[in-house]
Design a protein around this ligand. Structure first.
Ligand code: 6MZ
Length: 367
């Protein structure tokens, strides 16, 4: 097995509906086509493009794609299924800690509230059987009693993968202040079920910072962790306001001016770097000019992430391989980069300690 697959990794920026398996997306489209909800031939080519040609698409096109994906996935049963699959996929490539983010959605026509949306997601965490999962209490759910396949696997402890999962609730930039506050209240209610923070995401050309600020301030006051999509498009004023807000982490950090780079470096706010996403959305024209290099050389806190592994046909292992090749970093440097991620997770000290042990034990096998 290649080292970028076998080494333990930490994923801190993964959108649930962007991380769906290609095969699942196609299957869902076929079923909805048969039911007459969609015209399969209309969406097939779009999905096939995501699945098999993995070509570049502008950020605007990506958000149109999400609207299509949401039509296919936003029902309780499907949410449970995709959550289970996404966790199992990350665990299978040795992601040992996953912060999975998703936007709670309301759809009266199918009796879905933001709360029931999230219950379906948590149900997906409970349904994970092929790996041992901890998502709320630092106790691993080994699923021993759930089915015979799991029991057979569990007999060989060395083969079982383990993953800690925590949830972030995303506020979509299309939402109103009230809707954003509703999401924060839901996050507070679901703290015992592994919800640790709030993300601000969605199409960066939509919405204004002042709309989300009351909800984000409320979340901050209540002790929820916050990560913001920041500088995904040029918008100096917003980047400034976001950095002044002092979130625990930011995602992307692409369109920064000199003054903002300076402020970021002084603040030491960790950056979630999504290489493939930035290249495929044409936000960055070529990997050799990616800001990873400057931040890495400045020893700024960084973590490599996938963003939307399904939509961008990538995996966290692939992001490590890509960074290693593009920036000339060796196995040990990449291992240290992955290990440094422990510091930036939103879960508590017990989980951090467990991850330190996992990385220490993996370090002994590194040659
Ligand atoms: C900003 C993004 C994103 O929440 O339905 N999302 N927001 N920038 C990006 N970079 C490409 N990728 C994904 O997952 C899909 C949602 O995540 C956000 C968008 O709001 C998208 O609709 P969930 O699980």
């Amino acid at each position: 097995m290649k080292w970028w697959v076998s080494m333990p990794k930490i994923e801190l920026h993964a959108h649930l509906n962007g991380s769906i398996r290609d095969s699942t997306l196609l299957e869902l489209a076929r079923v909805l086509g048969e039911k007459g909800v969609i015209v399969f031939s209309d969406v097939e080519h779009v999905i096939m493009k995501i699945c098999f040609y993995s070509d570049d698409r502008s950020l605007g096109e990506v958000f149109k794609l999400f609207d299509l994906i949401h039509i296919l996935t936003t029902d309780h049963k499907t949410l449970t299924r995709i959550t289970k699959e996404v966790v199992e996929d990350f665990a299978s490539e040795n992601v040992v800690y996953l912060e999975l983010r998703t936007t709670p959605k309301k759809n009266d026509s199918i009796g879905m509230s933001k709360h029931s949306y999230m219950e379906a997601v948590v149900e997906g965490l409970r349904a994970v059987t092929t790996v041992d999962i901890d998502f709320d209490s630092h106790k691993f759910n080994t699923q021993d009693s759930l089915n015979s396949i799991a029991m057979n696997d569990a007999c060989d402890r060395t083969k079982r993968k383990r993953i800690h999962v925590r949830l972030l609730l995303s506020i979509d930039r299309r939402e109103t202040t009230e809707a954003a506050i509703e999401t924060v209240k839901l996050a507070l209610e679901m703290r015992d079920l592994g919800v640790v923070g709030i993300d601000l995401s969605g199409n960066p050309v939509v919405g204004e910072w002042k709309t989300f600020l009351p909800a984000l301030k409320f979340a901050q006051k209540q002790g929820l962790y916050i990560t913001l999509h920041c500088g995904e498009v040029p918008n100096c004023q917003e980047v400034q306001l976001m950095l002044d807000f002092l979130p625990q982490r930011i995602g992307h950090a692409i369109f920064f001016e000199e003054e903002e780079w300076r402020q970021l470096k002084t603040s030491k706010i960790p950056v979630e770097i999504c290489l493939t996403s930035n290249i495929k959305t044409e936000s960055i024209s070529s990997i050799d000019i990616h800001h990873f290099v400057d931040l890495y050389n400045a020893k700024h806190p960084l973590v490599l992430c996938t963003d939307d592994a399904g939509v961008f046909s990538t995996s966290l292992s692939n992001e490590y391989k890509l960074a290693s090749t593009a920036f000339g970093l060796g196995k040990r440097e990449m291992f240290e980069l992955a290990r440094n991620g422990i510091e930036f997770i939103f879960a508590g000290d017990e989980v951090k300690q467990d991850l330190v042990e996992t990385f220490d034990s993996a370090a002994k096998k590194l040659n």
